[in-house]
Design a protein. Structure first.
Length: 467
């Protein structure tokens, strides 16, 4: 079981649009938030519930007998990031379905578009329901069947906030996210009837309850502390938090949310320092491990590890403003673009790839080539393949399974590089919290790479993957 404490359901509703302006632009459309609540369940639970409701709509709309799926298109190469707030993003899945009512003689069928979105810039996942009226009927209040919300579009949103809520025991860590109902009203000025208010409240409560219950099922299956004992991790986390957190949050110069990055990187550093301590005990060594953080971003992880005495550096193709502060305090941060098929780090003990985008699949290969004792840890995040382009999922993988499927792709590379994959789940706000570790090898022979991939290994021991 995790330590996650379930957040009490305390929803806020915004039913009167003159009361407070709750509208915002998303994907070029103006959405009104009508319900909001803090939650502690995970994103997987949200998608699992959404998926179930897509196929079994009677669970949410009782007058519906069943759905007929007309079309189900998965966008395998979607790009969920966008530079400008107003840029359009594509759904990762579009389902065209027909709602078949129980009282066939009395109620109309309704065709509907269901779209799944992942907006990585906003840390939001969203399902959008849009009614499509047959026979060129206009989308008007009176043309929408009684069992359906009177809206242009309706959506459930899950936002990963990465906020920290204190629990009774300060050493326990609990994370908080939010869920919303957002709608595009039929008219700019809209009024929600008492009946609709009741319906929205019921739906929101149901979403919360179902996700909470699903999440409890998940949590039982997720085991933290597989590679690092809980007590060791927590003591290290507490020590690093006391030492660094306040100053870092106060003096954050980046535009990003300091709460998210500071606590997440303290957690990752705590896990690494703990596993390195155990390794030194096992090796009866007092020499601190050396490291390199590939795609180090803001350099915070490198800064914390360096400040704790570990010799190492971070590399990123883009320098961040806050680097100056960290460099002044002794961190080594280098601006440069890594060519992953050419580089090796033979004198480094551990190679780190924390959400390192297209470098992640390469890190086991770089480690394998570097030396027989080089180890690595990667936290996979965005789905990149070895070619540097977005990973194309080979089989139909539902939304909740994409992260797992990508993890398996990386595990396959790790295995092909001759490592035994070890897995742990980090106690970080991000739901992408799996860490894959390569510190044990089945065979020290470097030729394993040539056997595994179609590669050329030249005299300088640089390899070219023929992909
Ligand atoms: C998603 S960010 C993560 C940053 C950081 N590790 C973190 O977790 O906050 C990925 C980073 O990898 C860097 N990156 C990607 N490919 C790179 C390459 N070939 N050489 C250097 N940096 C690279 C990007 O510039 C970006 O800063």
């Amino acid at each position: 079981m995790t330590d996650t404490v379930s957040t009490k359901f305390e929803p806020k509703y915004y039913f009167a649009n003159e009361e407070e302006n709750r509208s915002r632009l998303w994907n070029n459309k103006s959405w009104c938030t009508i319900a909001e609540a803090n939650v502690s369940f995970n994103l997987e639970a949200f998608w699992k519930v959404v998926e179930r409701w897509t196929n079994e709509v009677h669970l949410v709309i009782p007058p519906i007998e069943r759905v007929e799926i007309i079309n189900d298109i998965e966008n395998k190469t979607y790009d969920s990031t966008h530079d400008e707030c107003l840029a359009r993003i594509d759904p990762i899945r579009s389902i065209n379905r027909k709602l078949i009512p129980k009282r066939k003689n009395k109620d109309d069928e309704l065709e509907e578009l269901v779209e799944y979105y992942i907006d990585e810039n906003l840390n939001e996942s969203r399902v959008v329901y849009t009614p499509i009226l047959a026979n060129s009927k206009e989308l008007l209040h009176e043309n929408i069947p009684f069992y359906y919300p009177k809206v242009t579009s309706f959506s459930y949103v899950y936002k990963e906030c990465g906020q920290r809520t204190s629990s009774n025991d300060d050493s326990e860590i609990d994370y908080q996210s939010q869920i919303f109902i957002e709608i595009i009203p039929l008219l700019q000025s809209f009024e929600i009837t008492d009946k609709m208010k009741y319906a929205y409240k019921q739906l929101f409560k149901k979403l919360y309850k179902w996700c909470q219950n699903t999440s409890m099922g998940y949590e039982k299956r997720i085991h933290h502390d597989l590679l690092v004992p809980k007590e060791l991790y927590k003591n290290t986390y507490q020590r690093l938090k006391n030492k660094y957190a306040t100053d870092l949050v106060r003096n954050w110069t980046e535009k990003t949310d300091p709460i998210k990055f500071v606590f997440e990187d303290i957690a990752i550093a705590s896990w690494l320092i703990s596993i390195w301590e155990l390794e030194r005990v096992e090796q009866k060594s007092s020499i601190l491990q050396s490291f390199i953080d590939l795609g180090c971003g803001n350099g915070l992880l490198t800064f914390i590890l360096s400040s704790e005495g570990y010799i190492g550096f971070g590399i990123d193709s883009r320098k961040r403003k806050i680097w100056d502060v960290f460099i002044e305090k002794g961190a080594k941060l280098i601006e440069g673009t890594i060519q992953p098929n050419l580089i090796t780090y033979p004198s480094i003990d551990w190679i780190i790839g924390n959400h390192a985008d297209e470098l992640v699949p390469w890190i086991p290969i770089i480690s394998s080539k570097s030396s027989s004792s080089t180890k690595f840890m990667v936290i996979p995040c965005c789905f990149y393949s070895l070619s540097g382009s977005k990973y194309t999922f080979p089989n139909k993988t539902i939304t909740s399974g994409r992260y797992k499927a990508y993890q398996e792709y990386i595990e396959d590379i790790i295995k092909k590089c001759g490592f035994i994959t070890e897995i742990d789940w980090l106690r970080i706000p991000s739901t992408k919290n799996v860490v894959l570790v390569g510190r044990k090898r089945v065979d020290n022979s470097k030729n394993i790479l040539a056997d595994a991939f179609e590669v050329d290994i030249d005299k300088n021991n640089s390899i070219m993957l023929l992909i």
